[in-house]
Ligand binder design. Structure first.
Ligand code: ZN
Length: 238
């Protein structure tokens, strides 16, 4: 059964079904709130539950807003873009050759043909980010393969909405979020270590934490840092 709860200016979609626990989620892009609840739970009880989570909901919505601001880029002159945790100003240079990107200490120089559309500019920059990440990642993998005694058979980089990385322990393959190209190198390293620890321990249990402590003592600091920055994700998955 689907119904709605109204709390001030906040509308919450309620889905009651055959489950045991209440699940509350805030969805991109607009911060829509949905609650799944057991069939027999009275709406008043649900209302009290949601009120107890209001601070959390507002926080998630603020994060999504920050992400939306971060994501809506026009790829025009003097716009700021991030690379390895540093802010650069975009310089757009028109030329009649294939597109390319060059970096100096304060600018990302985007060479494009005249009248290159925004979407195409985004693709060019993302391709460049991907190339950069693909150069950085093997070094990190090699470092931790030695330390952990594991082997990564394959890795990839892709856009992911809700995760910084994933690991398939059976295939020994890890995927990393393209957004990591914009983050400080130590945060990329943290995600690589996290995913590689999954080769030793699949779930986020006590053993996983002990392994993280062993291979990257400051991991909690990096995790907080990563989740504090505006990014294209809400929750942390594996
Ligand atoms: Zn994980």
């Amino acid at each position: 059964m689907v119904s709605e709860l109204q709390l001030g200016n906040l509308t919450i979609q309620v889905l009651q079904k055959d489950i045991k626990n209440v699940h509350l989620s805030v969805y991109p892009p607009n911060g829509k709130v949905k609650v799944s609840a057991p069939n027999e739970m009275p709406l008043d009880t649900l209302r009290v539950f949601v009120i107890s989570k209001l601070t959390w909901i507002r926080k998630q919505q603020a994060k999504l807003q920050a992400q939306a601001r971060e994501a809506s880029r026009d790829y025009i002159e003097r716009e700021s873009h991030y690379f390895r945790g540093e802010r650069y100003l975009l310089k757009v240079i028109e030329h009649n050759h294939p597109p390319k990107i060059e970096l100096d200490h304060q600018s990302i120089m985007l060479y494009i043909r005249p009248e290159t559309k925004t979407e195409k500019r985004a693709v060019i920059l993302n391709d460049w980010y991907r190339v950069q990440l693909k150069q950085q990642i093997p070094v990190l993998i090699a470092k931790y393969e030695k330390l952990m005694g594991v082997s990564v058979k394959d890795f990839g980089v892709k856009k992911m909405k809700t995760k910084w990385g994933t690991c398939n322990p059976i295939a020994q393959r890890i995927w990393l979020n393209l957004e990591l190209a914009k983050k400080p190198p130590e945060l990329l390293e943290y995600v690589v270590v996290h995913e590689m620890v999954h080769l030793l321990e699949r779930s986020h249990n006590r053993r996983f934490v002990l392994l993280m402590n062993k291979f990257m003592p400051k991991w909690r600091f990096y995790k907080d840092e990563l989740n504090r920055l505006p990014i294209s994700h809400v929750d942390w998955g594996n």
